[in-house]
Design a protein around this ligand. Structure first.
Ligand code: ADE
Length: 291
């Protein structure tokens, strides 16, 4: 997180004055950066996660920074549970009187070869990332946005070339992007815009702690393959999110903004491939066409 004294949003100070926002997974990493942007621009921001105590701690820490908006903790919410989501959305609407902005940032996955992913593991990742995002959108729409309009941003991850080593998550996130395409048409008459931000490999302390040695692999092997030759910052993601949420993006719905330093357009070495594969050849190939 940037130091308080150096943090300055590129957006207008009162951009979200009077607006109520909900950011899932808003206590750490990219989510926290989104919360900082929104609160610094005047919004009341509710953060949710499974661990309510951590949410309160994060809210206290952020409020101490003295933003013009404020940050509040929501009730403990497991986005795999429909009842938790229904309660979270009704809590926000009842307590704060509105739900103008929803950012679906909570998500999770684990690194595994696809061949080793169990049905239960696959289901857990799809339930968290795809079903959880759907239920959050549906409840926000049914409980508030259908009658009042609103703006939703779903945070996905790079999935243009699949994601070897985290197939389940990339498949679920591609599903979120496709779901967004359907919802943007169904909900436009309610003045609801819904978009996605698709981050590439972003450096956050919490993210790199989670991935352990894989984090080191990212730095050594992937950074040199990225067109930008560096990772992204959480603030580079949150400023894209804020733009999509603001009125200046009034004609933008159903879109996916990639914040990835061009990483979607090159093959990233997410997993190591042996020097020689036994892929059979059909037709003529000169020896020099092989390793
Ligand atoms: N972050 C990761 N998994 C989650 C879940 N099931 N509910 C809420 N936040 C999460």
């Amino acid at each position: 997180m940037p130091e308080e004294s150096t943090w300055r949003s590129v957006f207008r100070n009162d951009l979200f004055k009077g607006k109520v926002a909900l950011v899932s997974g808003g206590g750490t990493g990219i989510g926290k950066s989104i919360v900082i942007e929104l609160a610094s621009l005047g919004a009341t921001v509710v953060i949710s996660s499974r661990n309510e105590e951590k949410c309160h701690k994060a809210a206290d820490e952020l409020n101490a920074l003295g933003f013009s908006g404020k940050v509040a903790a929501g009730p403990s919410t497991n986005i795999r549970k429909e009842e938790d989501i229904q309660k979270l959305i009704s809590h926000v609407v009842e307590r704060y009187g509105a739900l103008d902005i929803l950012v679906n940032n909570a998500g999770g996955q684990f690194i595994s070869d696809s061949a080793d992913i169990s049905k239960r593991g696959f289901q857990a990742v799809v339930e968290t990332n795809l079903q959880g995002t759907f239920l959050m959108c549906r409840e926000a729409f049914n409980q508030y946005m259908r009658d009042n309009g609103g703006s939703i941003v779903n945070i996905t991850i790079g999935n243009r070339n699949g994601m070897p080593g985290m197939m389940h998550s990339a498949a679920a996130r591609a599903g979120v992007e496709n779901m967004t395409a359907s919802l943007c048409v169904e909900w436009i008459e309610s003045k609801v815009r819904i978009n996605c931000v698709r981050p590439g490999i972003i450096f956050t302390e919490s993210g790199f702690e989670n991935y352990g040695p894989a984090g080191e692999y990212f730095l050594e092997k992937i950074v040199p393959s990225l067109p930008a030759k560096r990772l992204g910052s959480a603030e580079e993601v949150s400023s894209a999110v804020v733009w999509l949420l603001c009125e200046g993006a009034g004609y933008v719905t159903g879109s996916v903004i990639c914040v990835d330093g061009g990483g979607s357009y090159v093959a990233l070495p997410l997993v190591e491939i042996e020097d020689k594969t036994n892929l059979p050849t059909y037709g003529y190939l000169p020896m020099k066409a092989k390793l």
